[in-house]
Write a protein that binds this ligand. Structure first.
Ligand code: FDA
Ligand code: NAD
Length: 460
């Protein structure tokens, strides 16, 4: 079989392989977001950063098992599933909507960057710097950037009875989204059970409702998105979703499925004994970083590949970025892994800059990341910055029946505000809460903070 050699290889054609220039790509397919789009400029993404740093034609390859050039994965759980004017490739290849260049396959060709698609790497030998594909091709590299992202956790992994029935869906890649689109068409006005109350659960429930399906969410925790939301924040979203006609069943899990004669899912059996009818089931019970190829070859920590502040792993010339990297989060002096797109983009860019600096015999600044997470559903849009630890203060109008709800939460640890959440913020307001999380101002009185709310952030 053929052997190809590249100076640099990025393994994974996902988000970290590229970066949007401006975090407003969503405008193209989400008109309402136009005013809200955060005009925060970034300088590039891994491949573009390579181009900017002067990578020569033939030196860089991106290897991906997906069949399409890198795209904005967040679109898959939002505009891709809209019933009207859905987003479709090539519309949301990276940089769209930003006023920046959209990176179509031609861009990579023009730059002499090999986009090796539909190619799954099944073996990685870091000692001999070799990657082997499922088809037996061999790729040699001098520098490797691991950007394999995450895979979905499946109910079949836990042996849930009937979990392999047809129309039980997961969402990670564009192929999964295409499958879901087809099923939505087949099951018009049908019943959907959404298993999981995290990001996928909340975004998919909303978009399924927009498709006029009858939606019921099931999750084990006392409230949705427990890894970030407080009870006060969650109460708003649960009330809002209920008002949209979405049923919510909390405190139990799916323990089995029955199917019809075609093998299509028919019922979801819950641990508490209830049985729900279902034409479609969407499961969002978490992700798992894809590090398996490198097990035993590279140091790991907290489920990810351990890196330094330049995303260099324990193995020389091997870097890890995005979902798979466990990196020093300088602001909290702690090793952390982040499964969100903002970090995927920034870590990719940082790693490339660090690689070129090191080749030039220079050191490069440490990655100093402020966690940023966001989500959108219906007319809602929230942003969170910082750390969700310590006491909390809820402020603003969080009534789910409000015409214009706007509320937020501060997290206070050791007398300082370390995290801030805001629903329906303007770009300026979102910038203000980001600044609070970065600056960590003292919070003298929690009552006063609750009263001042957003005004406090806008003064910082
Ligand atoms: P990513 O998963 O993007 O890319 C990994 C790539 O590597 C994939 O193309 C995969 O096929 C490929 N690959 C893996 N193993 C391989 C192998 N062995 N051989 C070849 N190729 C291989 N975040 C956020 O902040 N806001 C949001 O709104 C959303 N929305 C959202 C929606 C949906 C549906 C998902 C699944 C995820 C999000 N996220 C998100 C999370 C965000 O998309 C995620 O954190 C980044 O995509 C991570 O980027 P990476 O490049 O690390 O992995
Ligand atoms: P998640 O971790 O956000 O949520 C998983 C949810 O499933 C939790 O509420 C969990 O308790 C629940 N759960 C676990 N086991 C269950 C069971 N047996 N039955 C019912 N519920 C169960 O994960 P996700 O929503 O699956 O998202 C997957 C990945 O995609 C994550 O990396 C996430 O960050 C990413 N994502 C991010 C966004 C965003 O940032 N806006 C949007 C979509 C996806």
């Amino acid at each position: 079989m053929a052997e190809k050699t590249f100076k640099y290889v990025i393994l994974g054609g996902g988000v970290a392989a590229e970066r949007e220039k401006e975090r407003s790509f969503v405008v193209v397919y989400w008109d309402k977001e136009i005013e809200k789009a955060e005009k925060q400029k970034y300088e590039g993404y891994a491949a573009r950063e390579f181009a900017k740093q002067g990578v020569k034609p033939g030196e860089l390859a991106i290897i991906s098992k997906e069949l399409v050039a890198p795209y904005e994965r967040p679109a898959l759980s939002k505009a891709y599933l809209f019933p009207e004017s859905p987003a479709r490739l090539p519309g949301f290849h990276v940089c769209v909507g930003s006023g920046g260049e959209r990176l179509l396959p031609e861009w990579y060709a023009e730059k002499g960057i090999a986009l090796i698609l539909g190619t799954e790497i099944v073996k990685a030998d870091l000692a001999s710097k070799t990657l082997i594909s499922a088809a037996g091709e061999s790729f040699k590299y001098h520098v490797l950037i691991i950007a394999t992202g995450s895979s979905v956790i499946k109910l079949t992994d836990f042996g849930v009875q009937g979990a392999d029935s047809k129309n039980i869906c997961y969402l990670r890649e564009v192929d999964d989204a295409d499958k879901l689109v087809e099923i939505i068409k087949q099951k018009k006005n049908g019943k959907v059970v959404i298993v999981g109350g995290g990001y996928i659960g909340l975004e998919l429930s909303a978009v399924m409702k927009l498709n006029n399906l009858d939606v019921c969410m099931v999750y084990p925790e006392p409230w949705c998105m427990p890894r970030l939301f407080t009870a006060g924040i969650a109460a708003f979203y649960e009330g809002y979703y209920a008002n949209k006609g979405i049923k919510i069943i909390k405190g139990t899990v799916a323990v089995g499925f029955t199917s019809d004669a075609n093998g299509e899912v028919k019922e979801v059996k819950l641990k508490d004994g209830r049985v729900l009818e279902a034409d479609i089931v969407v499961v969002g019970v978490g992700g798992r970083p894809l590090t398996g190829l490198f097990k035993g070859q590279v140091e790991e920590e907290k489920g990810g590949i351990k890196t330094d502040s330049s995303f260099k792993s324990s193995v020389h010339d091997v870097y890890a970025v995005g979902d798979v990297a466990t990196f020093p989060m300088k602001i909290y002096n702690e090793m952390r892994r982040v499964e969100h797109v903002d970090h995927a983009r920034k870590s990719a860019e940082h790693a490339v800059k660090a690689i070129f600096a090191s080749e030039g015999g220079k050191s490069f600044e440490e990655y100093d990341y402020l966690p940023f997470f966001y989500s959108r559903s219906f007319n809602l849009s929230w942003q969170f910055y910082g750390d969700n630890v310590g006491e909390t203060v809820l402020f603003g109008d969080n009534s789910p029946t409000s015409e214009n709800p706007k509320f937020g939460t501060y997290w206070i640890k050791e007398g300082k505000i370390v995290g801030a959440f805001l629903e329906s913020g303007t770009p300026e307001e979102n910038k203000a809460i980001a600044k609070v999380a970065r600056v960590q101002p003292p919070a003298e009185s929690l009552d006063q903070l609750a009263k001042e709310g957003l005004t406090f952030a806008c003064k910082i």
